[in-house]
Design a protein around this ligand. Structure first.
Ligand code: BV8
Ligand code: ZN
Length: 258
């Protein structure tokens, strides 16, 4: 089992990792990194899938069967997310990207909080709740409305139904994004796996690909996941607390080693 580390009063116990050890750095985030911002996760307690069935709300069949219900679900989420701000976990990743040149942030989240925090090199591998696309001609539009009463918009190009521009269960991911994710995982020196239950395929294979290729894996999550046994290090706690502490530690080690 990996070394499991908690924050001690003076910060986390020395991980001995310096900046030079990290590059190329790939970060994979899931719903957990937004939990401290007030965005509900999917599978933890209070998670969305505790009160709604994914099959009823996040599949193409659900949308075909009842577009208004699915649209209402995304209205509710947009409205909620619009009131949430990035937390220290998001903000630390944005700071890391300034210092670490070879850096890629792959997020399963559709909430856009990494953009708001200032991260730039982001792969939104499950899409974005702030974009909609035409079910027929593929026209894509930014959609920032949070009015919960809004009904399903029609495409301004072909007049057909628009839908949230997110990847639903049973849908293929964007092949280009997936290839970029696989390639970056295969060349990573370190992969940070933050706030994901690692249950959703095919994204949950990225840490395995990185590990296979010799990367160091660090997991930040209050709970263990199916990937915990292959982690080189686990920071078991909320990422909004653990990540800033770990990053301070890395900067200190780097300063001392210069
Ligand atoms: C695909 C976008 C090929 C929408 C999402 C049977 C039938 C059909 C399909 C399948 C099947 N069996 C398997 C599959 C494949 C399926 C899948 O993996 N299902 C799982 C559930 C078994 N995958 C797919 O369908 C993918 N497509 O495979 O295409 C194909 C095609 C046809 C048939 C077969 C295969 C598409 C998957 C994408 C689905 N879209 N979201 C939207 O958001 O509305 S997935 C959804 O789950 C979100 O994107 C979310 O990000 C993602 C993963 O969840 P997590 O981010 O990990 O969040 P979760 O709540 O689970 O965990 C939170 C974690 O945070 C916990 O570990 C918790 O401890 C931790 N935490 C809590 N607080 C904190 C914290 N960590 C740090 N700090 C804290 N404070
Ligand atoms: Zn159209």
């Amino acid at each position: 089992m990996p070394q499991s580390t908690r924050i001690s009063p003076s910060g986390i116990s020395p991980s001995g990792i310096s900046l030079a050890d990290l590059e190329p750095l790939v970060v994979l985030t899931g719903a957990g990194i937004s939990a401290e911002s007030g965005v509900p996760t999917f599978r933890g307690e209070g998670g969305i899938w505790q009160s709604h069935r994914a099959e009823d709300l996040a599949t193409p069949f659900a949308f075909e069967r009842n577009p208004e219900l699915v649209w209402e679900f995304y209205n509710w989420r947009r409205n909620l997310i619009a009131q949430c701000s990035p937390n220290p976990g998001h903000l630390t990743l944005a700071q890391m990207e300034i210092v670490i040149k070879d850096f890629l942030l792959i997020t399963q989240n559709v909430d856009g909080l990494h953009h708001v925090a200032g991260s730039i090199n982001i792969l939104e591998i499950h899409g974005s709740i702030w974009q909609i696309k035409c079910t027929i001609c593929g026209e894509i539009r930014i959609y920032r409305q949070t009015d919960e009463a809004s009904t399903v918009p029609m495409c301004q190009v072909c007049g057909e139904l628009m839908r949230p521009d997110v990847v639903w269960f049973g849908e293929m991911l964007d092949q280009e994004k997936l290839n970029q994710a696989f390639e970056s995982a295969a060349r990573a020196n370190t992969m940070l796996v933050i706030g994901t239950s690692a249950l959703v395929q095919p994204v949950n294979t990225l840490p395995l690909i990185a590990k296979e290729a010799g990367a160091r894996l660090i997991e930040i999550n209050p709970s263990p996941t199916p990937l915990s046994p292959i982690m080189d290090m686990r920071l078991s706690g909320p990422s909004g607390e653990m990540l800033p502490g770990w990053w301070d530690e890395v900067k200190k080690v780097s300063l001392n080693s210069n």
